[in-house]
Design a protein around this ligand. Structure first.
Ligand code: ARG
Length: 457
């Protein structure tokens, strides 16, 4: 039996019913739906719209339904959506009084409220998962603050960097994501309940009561907007998309750095996979899958933006399409953050290989140019002299650290013996002591700063 059957001659056709239903996916909202209904019934009782006995009977019935679903004793099935299911079950349990629950309420403000309650929890989960990931990044940074690795631009070796500085870079990205989810949590915490179908209600409700009971910070100020606003869904999907973008970049680095060609890091066997035909293969399926799943989260963002762009005020059934993308993006984000955090905690480092690689590719050429410039040679000229030295190395099959003082002096008489200490990868990284730079000191300061900012959430 439909909640809306009264006006109709015939029951809904089976195919129309199957197309229209949302219970198969919005059953995820059962906790939010019952919680919001208990608050609504309590408020109706407090405002004298229901008697105290009626409100109590409804709340007790709802709590019984909650407990039964929780312990697996009640299957959520057989209705159009979660709202119909809960109401139908309530009436089945407590009889006529149950039919009064929907006084001064519509499924339109009900579903908007349920989704906010659900999204609020999902946002809290994202905040926790990001905190855990940054915690592991900080731990890895602390362990590796003595290590030097190559820094790349254009995926060509550019300058040696501190390993901790590398991990700190991702902490900075994820801190921004954390801050975005945190801000979204506050922005979305506005209660639409009490807007009814679209125009508000003539019942003497007190929205402050439900607001307090449901832990919302404020109440919506326009009922037309409130029932059709899904900005918070789009915002969650954007926050999730950008977090996935950052995670995907980290995964791409992980795939590259653990390859035979780079060989800087190692993924433990427990987080690697093999090939069905090539016995030697150790594949990075987990970071590849995270990188791949990023696309579907972006897809959901574009999906919701497209869904909401043309709907006339106020509620339209199109808005039911907010749920599956949200749920899928949430599950994807949470599983990706969790699995990569576990993998990152177990990565091992080939310290010597990273260090040797950091010194290859004339990666300390900038230090040679800076050496000359600090001794009065204009930087542009110093750049040209160093460029010639690099060409000399290429022609002679030498590296910058392998050059003799005589060879340096052939390029410029400004060079002195101390240039030989300047061109090592460690000296190069240690020399960059600017705030946020690659020296050990700067990397340690980076760790302290990230730790301090993380504590604010
Ligand atoms: N399942 C619907 C949704 O998710 C619930 C609201 C139905 N409201 C309505 N007027 N048909 O949007």
């Amino acid at each position: 039996m439909k909640l809306w059957q009264g006006r109709f001659d015939s029951p809904e056709a089976a195919d129309a019913d199957a197309f229209n239903e949302s219970l198969s996916f919005d059953k995820k909202l059962w906790r939010a739906d019952i919680t919001a209904s208990v608050a609504h019934a309590t408020m109706l009782g407090e405002c004298g719209i229901l008697t105290k006995e009626e409100a109590d009977a409804i709340c007790d019935g709802l709590k019984g339904i909650y407990a039964d679903i929780e312990r697996g004793a009640l299957a959520v099935e057989g209705q159009e959506d979660i709202h119909s299911f809960v109401e139908g079950e309530l009436v089945a349990r407590i009889g006529q009084t149950g039919k009064k629950l929907h006084t001064a309420r519509s499924r339109n403000d009900q579903v908007a409220t349920d989704m906010r309650l659900y999204a609020r929890e999902a946002t809290d989960n994202a905040v926790s998962a990001l905190k855990a990931l940054i915690g592991v990044l900080l731990a890895r940074a602390k362990e590796t603050v003595k290590y030097i690795m190559p820094g790349f631009t254009h995926l060509r070796k550019a300058q040696p960097v501190n390993c901790a500085q590398y991990f700190n870079a991702y902490s900075e990205m994820f801190l921004r994501d954390l801050d975005r989810f945190h801000a979204l949590r506050q922005r979305m915490n506005v209660m639409p309940l009490g807007s009814a179908a679209l125009a508000g209600t003539s019942w003497p409700i007190d929205r402050e009561v439900t607001r307090r009971l449901l832990g919302f910070d404020s109440i919506s100020r326009n009922s037309l907007d409130a029932v059709s606003d899904r900005d918070f869904v789009a915002e969650y999907l954007f926050c999730a998309s950008l977090t996935m973008a950052h995670l995907s970049r980290l995964c791409e680095d992980t795939i590259l750095y653990t390859s035979e060609e780079f060989g800087y890091w190692e993924i433990p066997d427990a987080y690697s996979t093999g090939s069905s035909i090539m016995p030697q293969k150790k594949n990075p399926d987990i970071p590849e899958l995270v990188r791949g799943k990023t696309g579907r989260v972006y897809g959901h963002l574009v999906g919701i933006l497209t869904t909401i762009k043309g709907i006339p005020l106020a509620y339209n059934k199109d808005l039911q399409e907010d749920k599956e993308p949200f749920f899928d993006a949430q599950a994807t984000l949470e599983s990706c953050l969790s699995i990569y955090t576990a993998l990152l905690a177990r990565l091992t480092f080939n310290v010597n290989k990273m260090y040797d690689a950091a010194g290859e590719g004339y990666s300390t050429a900038t230090d040679v140019a800076d050496y000359l410039a600090k001794r009065g040679v204009p930087f542009r000229d110093a750049h040209a002299v160093t460029g010639k030295l690099v060409r000399y190395c290429i022609e002679q099959g030498k590296t910058l650290p392998s050059l003799t003082l005589e060879e340096f002096r052939l390029a410029s008489p400004v060079f002195d013996a101390d240039v030989l200490q300047t061109v090592t990868a460690r000296a190069s990284a240690e020399g960059r002591n600017s705030v946020g730079g690659s020296s050990t000191e700067a990397a340690k300061a980076g760790i302290a700063s990230i730790r301090k900012r993380l504590r604010q959430y």
